[in-house]
Design a protein around this ligand. Structure first.
Ligand code: MN
Length: 231
C-alpha cells in the first residue's frame, strides 16, 4: 500500500523501568467517578450509569514536560486520575475477566478547558473543545501489573506549587476498574494500546502560567507538569 501522506507517528507513553514505550491507540475518560467531585460539579453522585468522553491519542504528554497555556480558554483546570493501560482487547468483557485485559497503570492529569466544557454543557454540545485539545492528557510512566498488581486503594493527591488541592483515595471510585472496563467494552471493542482515565476526585481548580502541578498515586509515583505562558 502506498500512502498519499507520511503516516503519522504513533503516540506513546513512558513505561516505568525501561526505555521501551507503550503505544497509545485511544484515550477514554470516565466522567464523574468520585462522589465528592460529582457534587462539586452540581450533580447527584448516586450510581447513574458511567459515561465516557475521549481524547485524541496524540494529546498525550509525558511527565516533566512544560505545556503552554492552551488557546481559547481563561480557565484551564487540573484533574488527578488513575490511568488504566489496556494490553488485551475485547468486547462484552465480564467484570470477572476485566483485570486480565489490563497491561498496567499510570498516574494521569486530565487537563480541561473548564469554561469551554461548561459552555458545551449549557448548549447541549459535545465536550471535545473542553476536553480533547492538544496536550490535554498528561500520562506518567505505565507500571506493569506484574510490578504493582491492580490498585484498589491508596492515596491519590494533587498539588499546585506545593499546595495540596486534591487528596482522596482510590477506594472512593464510584465505578471500580473492572466495572469501567466491562461497561466500556459493551459499547466499543477495546484494543491493545487503549488508555482509560478513570475520573478525578473533588478539589478541581485552575492552573495559570508559572504553576507546577504534581499528581501522586500511592505505588505509582508522581508526575509533574509546568504551565508556560500562552504560546
Ligand atoms: Mn477527568
Amino acid at each position: 500500500m502506498t500512502l498519499v501522506l507520511p503516516a503519522p507517528a504513533t503516540p506513546t507513553v513512558a513505561v516505568h523501568g525501561t526505555d521501551a514505550r507503550f503505544p497509545v491507540r485511544r484515550i477514554f475518560c470516565v466522567g464523574r467517578n468520585y462522589a465528592a467531585h460529582a457534587r462539586e460539579m452540581g450533580k447527584d453522585p448516586d450510581r447513574e450509569p458511567p459515561f465516557f468522553f475521549s481524547k485524541p491519542a496524540d494529546a498525550v504528554v509525558d511527565s516533566g514536560e512544560t505545556i503552554p497555556y492552551p488557546p481559547q480558554t481563561e480557565n484551564l483546570h487540573y484533574e488527578a486520575e488513575l490511568v488504566v493501560a489496556i494490553g488485551v482487547g475485547g468486547s462484552n468483557i465480564t467484570e470477572a475477566d476485566a483485570l486480565g485485559h489490563v497491561w498496567g497503570y499510570a498516574v494521569g492529569n486530565d487537563l480541561t478547558r473548564r469554561d469551554l466544557q461548561q459552555l458545551a454543557k449549557d448548549l447541549g454540545r459535545p465536550w471535545d473543545f473542553g476536553k480533547a485539545f492538544d496536550r490535554s492528557a498528561v500520562i506518567g510512566p505505565v507500571h506493569t501489573v506484574a510490578e504493582v498488581g491492580h490498585p484498589e486503594k491508596g492515596s491519590i493527591r494533587l498539588t499546585v506549587n506545593g499546595v495540596v488541592k486534591q487528596d482522596a483515595d482510590l477506594v472512593e471510585l464510584i465505578w471500580s476498574i473492572p466495572e469501567v472496563i466491562s461497561y466500556l467494552s459493551h459499547s466499543i471493542a477495546l484494543a491493545p494500546g487503549d488508555l482509560i482515565m478513570t475520573g478525578t476526585p473533588a478539589g478541581v481548580g485552575p492552573l495559570v502560567p508559572g504553576d507546577t502541578c504534581v499528581v501522586t498515586i500511592e505505588g505509582l509515583g508522581e508526575i509533574s507538569t509546568r504551565i508556560a505562558p500562552r504560546a
